[in-house]
Design a protein around this ligand. Structure first.
Ligand SMILES: CC(C)(COP(=O)(O)OP(=O)(O)OC[C@H]1O[C@@H](n2cnc3c(N)ncnc32)[C@H](O)[C@@H]1OP(=O)(O)O)[C@@H](O)C(=O)NCCC(=O)NCCS
Length: 209
């Protein structure tokens, strides 16, 4: 009887997604000591617009600073469509202390044949330099190598944005080279720093701990 009641009242543990597409469609929540990464919804638009309108946040990313909340909503709608398609997209980052969305992190590309993703992120200026993105990326890498069972995770940043490279280094990624004048950002061809981490690197780092 007790076992029956326990079964009725205890929520079933969430089943791990079996394939990357299933993972991308569910984007299961990921919790860290200070952050919650979760699927975004249109209710997050005003929090996200608050930092997406900041030219400093947009300086070293491929999007331009939003000039109206409708641009933020259009982005969220696109992400929600990616969830529906089971295609790579992002979580929003909630600061658990304040309960607000303060950034995004997620998958820019997915190469199924190479079991490789590229990750990308951005964070509200009010939260910079407090280790938040290092905390978020560490958790995403853990998802990549444990749940998604990937072989390699890549990330890139403009050479003019060393803080992003510092996040990648702190998360155990390796600097693999500079791609000269690779991407035209806001009218200027920019040098790009390429970083990667292999499953073997990640396992070595985590068994050593
Ligand atoms: C880049 C970004 C994600 C970093 O997030 P964050 O939460 O501030 O990162 P962390 O606090 O975990 O780490 C930042 C590191 O960069 C260092 N740093 C900051 N500014 C720096 C600079 N100009 N040059 C070198 N290092 C710098 C910090 O000192 C810190 O390193 P430390 O812990 O060794 O002191 C954040 O600044 C951001 O969202 N910027 C705007 C969007 C963006 O650039 N996204 C990335 C695109 S590739």
């Amino acid at each position: 009887m007790l076992r029956f009641l326990t079964r009725l009242t205890t929520p079933a543990p969430e089943k791990k997604p079996a394939t990357p597409q299933e993972y991308f469609s569910r984007m299961p929540p990921v919790e860290t000591p200070r952050l919650l990464l979760r699927r975004m919804t249109l209710r997050d638009a005003s929090d996200m617009y608050a930092y997406s309108r900041d030219e400093e946040v947009a300086r070293h990313v491929l999007w331009t600073a939003h000039t109206s909340i409708w641009e933020t909503k259009a982005y969220i709608r696109w992400v929600m469509q990616q969830y529906r398609l089971g295609a790579p997209s992002s979580w929003c980052i909630v600061d658990k202390a304040g309960g607000h969305v303060v950034g995004t992190i997620g998958f820019m590309t997915w190469q199924p044949d190479n079991a490789t993703v590229e990750v990308g992120y951005s964070l509200s200026r009010s939260h910079w330099n407090r280790g938040f993105m290092t905390e978020a990326l560490t958790a995403v890498l853990q998802e990549c190598f444990t749940t998604l069972r990937l072989h390699r995770v890549e990330a890139q940043h403009f050479s003019a944005n060393p803080a992003s490279g510092r996040v990648m280094a702190k998360c155990g990624m390796t600097h693999e080279g500079t791609l000269r004048r690779r991407i035209c950002n806001k009218g200027e061809f920019m040098d790009v720093e390429m970083w990667g981490i292999l499953r073997a690197d990640w396992e070595a780092r985590h068994t050593a701990e």
